[in-house]
Write a protein that binds this ligand. Structure first.
Ligand SMILES: NC(=O)c1ccc[n+]([C@@H]2O[C@H](COP(=O)([O-])OP(=O)(O)OC[C@H]3O[C@@H](n4cnc5c(N)ncnc54)[C@H](OP(=O)(O)O)[C@@H]3O)[C@@H](O)[C@H]2O)c1
Length: 252
């Protein structure tokens, strides 16, 4: 099986390529640094010659509302056109659990557009929606920091290790297309305030989390226990948050 991974140099893409290569599959890492650009279309047709599966794990270099919408619209339209021409047997893309509930944010408007373009194409597809990556927790802390405090809701999240998301994508790549959305989450539900205090404490970061259930997530909207958690029957990752935190410190 030949798989082309768009965003192959990224957090998820690099782990995914290691898993697929380890299983004996042929992979192509597609990203601008490899001369393949999904936004301009450069190198797309060549990259897809002889490919069976396309996996889109790209992310936008800018999260500004107009830029991010333009990124996901252009890259997805170009990728769908090239994949259709190349007769790709399975088109897989990574999105975010709760995307339709987060439409107050420009990033999630762009992700919903990406999903809808894929659904409207004639390609056999699977969209995997993941919850927040453990690797993203410091980013959440940064976005909610004011001096030495971080104001966050106690709403539950069910975050997941990037390694488990990559594993789920590798599994999906050898399964039949679902022509639907499937979800992946971590093994535990934990309050956002506790998640962030733990990552700060683990890295001896002096900031203190203040629990405030009216604090908007990324300044976007007030969340509750259902906002960012998956529905029925998500795939469940193996790696627990405490184990991942410990490992991230030993690697630092
Ligand atoms: N963060 C979370 O908690 C979370 C949760 C659920 C889902 N997701 C989704 O996960 C996906 C991947 O995230 P990530 O953290 O792995 O991303 P990342 O580490 O930021 O990597 C982004 C990748 O996209 C590539 N890229 C950027 N512009 C491109 C272009 N024009 N053409 C081709 N490739 C391009 C980059 O290539 P270069 O290295 O060459 O720039 C890089 O390989 C995103 O779609 C995101 O929505 C994230």
């Amino acid at each position: 099986m030949k798989t082309v991974i768009f965003g192959g140099s990224g957090l998820i893409g690099s782990k995914l390529i290691k898993i697929l290569n380890g299983q004996g599959h042929e992979t192509v890492s597609a990203s601008p640094s490899q001369g393949i650009n999904a936004v301009t279309g450069e190198g797309l047709d060549n990259a897809l010659i002889g490919a069976d599966v396309v996996i889109d794990v790209m992310n936008s270099p800018s999260f500004e509302d107009i830029a991010v919408l333009s990124f996901f619209e252009s890259s997805t339209n170009n990728l769908i056109a090239a994949a259709t021409k190349a007769n790709i047997k399975h088109y897989i893309a990574l999105s975010v659990v709760g995307t339709e509930r987060l439409q107050a944010g420009g990033y999630f408007k762009a992700k919903l557009l990406q999903e809808n373009l894929i659904k409207a194409s004639k390609l056999p597809y699977t969209i995997l929606r993941a919850t927040q990556f453990y690797e993203f927790m410091m980013g959440i802390a940064q976005a909610s920091t004011d001096g030495e405090t971080v104001r966050l809701s106690s709403a539950t999240l069910q975050p997941v290790a990037a390694a488990d998301v990559s594993k789920a994508l590798a599994d999906i790549a050898i399964e039949n297309p679902k022509n639907d959305i499937v979800e992946v989450a971590g093994p535990e539900k934990i309050g956002l305030d506790k998640l962030i205090q733990k990552v700060l404490d683990t890295h001896s970061d002096k900031r203190k989390v203040i629990t405030d259930d009216n604090a908007p997530y990324f300044g976007m909207l007030v969340i509750d226990d259902a906002s960012l958690t998956p529905g029925l029957n998500p795939r469940i990752g193996q790696i627990r948050y405490a184990d991942w935190l410990q490992q991230s410190v030993s690697l630092a």
